[in-house]
Design a protein around this ligand. Structure first.
Ligand code: C5P
Length: 220
């Protein structure tokens, strides 16, 4: 029978990409499928947690049993996460948040003017994980993800520290069978307690392993 070790825990999971609009029909985004976040949310629900999934736009069905909040932009995700995470025991930031947005979003579709180039100004979005880390209460657990292409562990560890996370899941996006759109993943998990582990398999198996680590390191 499945473990029910997350009964009574309120867990927030973010997943998917964000969209940053230039005009009503054009946006900057990324190829995040939301699968990893869905797997994290679904496995937490299997294990008895009260799960809220805050998700960017994706084409796959969100998991059954999980309360879902749809957002589009990074700013909307920021607002939803800060509102929901107040009473949360665990916040998992699996979303691929756009780092930049257009400084001005046009009300009307931009017309092609034949000038050969278009300059736009981008401005930084708020860092949601860092803000949750800053506001973290005693006993609250923040789990982040890090998609890296070089010095995976070093970069992930510095993000863990900078954003006041308790655990970070580092993904080598150059490795095969890993990262965006894939059904499998291969990650290194680093806890602030010093424990480092590797997990590999379907995103479901990896998510299950992540909860085993959270359980062992922070809940027992
Ligand atoms: O800095 P980087 O984007 O690599 O950090 C990854 C972690 O930070 C992920 O958990 C991601 O969801 C989170 N993040 C965020 N808000 C941003 C950028 C990243 O919450 N604006």
């Amino acid at each position: 029978s499945p473990k029910r070790d997350l009964i009574g825990k309120k867990i927030i999971v973010t997943s998917g990409p964000t969209r940053e609009f230039m005009d009503p029909v054009r946006f900057i985004s990324n190829p995040s499928s939301g699968k990893m976040g869905y797997a994290v949310a679904r496995t937490a629900w299997y294990r008895g947690a009260d799960v809220t999934l805050i998700k960017g736009p994706t084409y796959i069905e969100p998991p059954f049993g999980v309360r879902t909040i749809d957002v589009t932009t990074a700013q909307e995700m920021y607002d939803a996460v800060l509102k929901e995470s107040d009473g949360a025991d665990i916040v998992v930031k699996a979303a691929a948040v756009g780092d930049y947005r257009f400084a001005h979003t046009l009300d009307q579709k931009l017309k092609r003017e034949g000038r050969g180039r278009l300059e736009v100004i981008l401005e930084e979005n708020p860092d949601i994980a860092a803000e949750v880390g800053k506001r973290k209460r005693q006993g609250q657990i923040l789990v982040g993800f890090a998609a890296e292409s070089t010095e995976v562990v070093e970069n992930a560890l510095s993000k863990l520290n900078k954003k006041n996370m308790d655990m970070i899941v580092a993904n080598d996006i150059t490795a095969r069978g890993s990262g965006f759109e894939s059904d499998t993943n291969s990650v290194t998990v680093i806890c602030k307690t010093g424990r480092t582990s590797r997990l590999e398999g379907s995103k479901e198996e990896v998510a299950w392993g992540l909860w085993d680590i959270v359980e062992a390191e922070f809940l027992s």
